[in-house]
Ligand binder design. Structure first.
Ligand code: PLP
Length: 407
């Protein structure tokens, strides 16, 4: 029995093999591996795609977010409001800049920042709002921009999982995420909708001053030659990655449409299965992940155990493991049973950021952000990539139907 993986990058590579190989070989033959025309061309093509005048490529989505914070001089004593239900990088960069992440709860249907909660968390120390367009679904940019504007705060969009997604402006015209806030931050990690063959990232903005500042910061704070005007970093996109991304960018809209069709088919196949909830299809997601919920009946104690485990010493851990522990969420049992049937799935994310050991000093309590806590116990991301076939989706549906009653 073949295994259905959560994503299959080999299928995508094989479909574009000739073009990607030619692009890589051209860079190798050119002898220019850092900077140069491939990088400039990709930056221009990506700026055009997102519809912003400026795009600054960099080494990763993490760096993009970090450079964005630095562009606003955010540092010690400052607060940045963000989601607790995202990859660690979103909050990590706030801490790296010396500021404090302020986690507020999410909306259950979209897993994205709840604008009301953002509004309530604003203090005199707030310096930015950082929404995440999680799993490909845009956050509510209309409300978030209105709140930001009312408080004169910049919005840094974490677009890592939503390249190509759109959100309507005041006139109903669709605008790409990354062109709506003050700065958009993208990741080209291989699993993203536009993924390279290694690490990569980009920053988009309409503001020429911010663009110039981030361009300087990503290259050792260099204004020219060996003149350095700021403490920056080394965060450049390789020419090889830029060449590969330029090839792939031409296919992004088609891939996103394929992802939409797969999500629609999942909705039809899984919509009536008791015990699971499929994500609402609002028409604006680019489906980096297709994330269902497996209802969790118990309390939140299992999350406490996850956190304690991480904080405990090995000896404590062994003692605890011998005691009576709360049962694992049903979602985990479903995941294991699916894997036994050859269907692999992922849990993004099993422990929300406010409960991570690294943020224990911020003193968030279990249940303080209950929607994020519950999401962490229920989410299960099914295989999702443009080349996933209808028969594979049917097999996933059949496996789910089979395992759910005994999980
Ligand atoms: C929501 C989110 N933000 C930031 C990042 C960081 O991107 P990178 O891995 O390119 O540093 C990722 C992905 O890994 C992500 O999913």
């Amino acid at each position: 029995m073949n295994t259905i993986p959560p994503l299959d990058l080999g299928r995508q590579y094989r479909a574009l093999q000739d073009d990607i190989n030619a692009a890589v070989l051209a860079v190798l033959a050119s002898g220019q591996y850092i900077g140069g025309p491939q990088v400039t061309q990709f930056e221009q093509a990506f700026a055009t795609y997102i519809n912003t005048p400026f795009c600054i490529s960099c080494n990763s989505g993490t760096d993009a977010l970090y450079l964005a914070l630095r562009a606003f001089d955010i540092g010690p004593g400052d607060e940045v409001i963000t989601s607790p239900f995202t990859f660690i990088a979103t909050a990590e960069v706030i801490s790296m800049a010396g500021a404090t992440p302020i986690f507020v709860d999410i909306i259950p249907e979209t897993f994205n920042l709840d604008p009301q909660q953002v509004q309530s968390a604003i203090t005199p120390r707030t310096r930015a709002i950082m929404p995440v367009h999680l799993f490909g679904q845009p956050a509510d940019m209309t409300q978030l921009m209105a709140i930001a504007q009312a408080h004169a705060l910049p919005v840094i969009e974490d677009c890592a999982q939503a390249t190509g997604a759109v959100w309507p402006d005041a006139t109903g015209q669709p605008q790409k995420v990354g062109s709506i806030g003050h700065i958009g931050c993208f990741s080209f990690y291989p699993s993203k909708n536009l993924g390279g063959c290694g690490d990569g990232g980009a920053i988009t903005t309409r503001n020429s001053d911010l663009a110039e500042k981030m361009r300087v910061l990503r290259d050792h704070g260099r204004s020219s030659g060996y003149i350095h005007e700021a403490i920056g970093t080394n965060s450049r996109l390789d020419a090889v990655q830029a060449a590969i991304l330029s090839v792939k960018l031409r296919h992004l809209d088609r891939w996103n449409l394929q992802r939409k069709a797969i999500a629609e088919r999942y909705g039809q196949l899984l919509g009536n299965i008791p015990g699971i909830t499929v994500p609402p299809d609002r028409g604006d997601s680019v489906w980096n992940q297709y994330t269902i919920r497996v209802a969790h009946e118990g309390d939140l104690q299992y999350l406490r155990r996850s956190r304690d485990r991480a904080l405990l010493s090995e000896a404590d851990f062994v003692l605890r493991a011998r005691g009576v522990e709360p049962p694992a969420p049903r979602r985990d049992r479903v995941r294991v049973a699916l894997a036994e049937q050859g269907v692999q799935s992922m849990v993004y994310y099993p422990l929300p950021l406010h409960l991570q050991p690294v943020y224990a000093h911020l003193d968030y309590e279990l249940g303080q952000l209950p929607i994020a806590d519950k999401a962490a116990l229920e989410v299960l991301s099914l295989p999702m990539f443009p080349e996933l076939t209808p028969p594979e989706q049917e097999r996933i549906r059949n496996s789910l139907k089979e395992v759910l009653p005994y999980c």
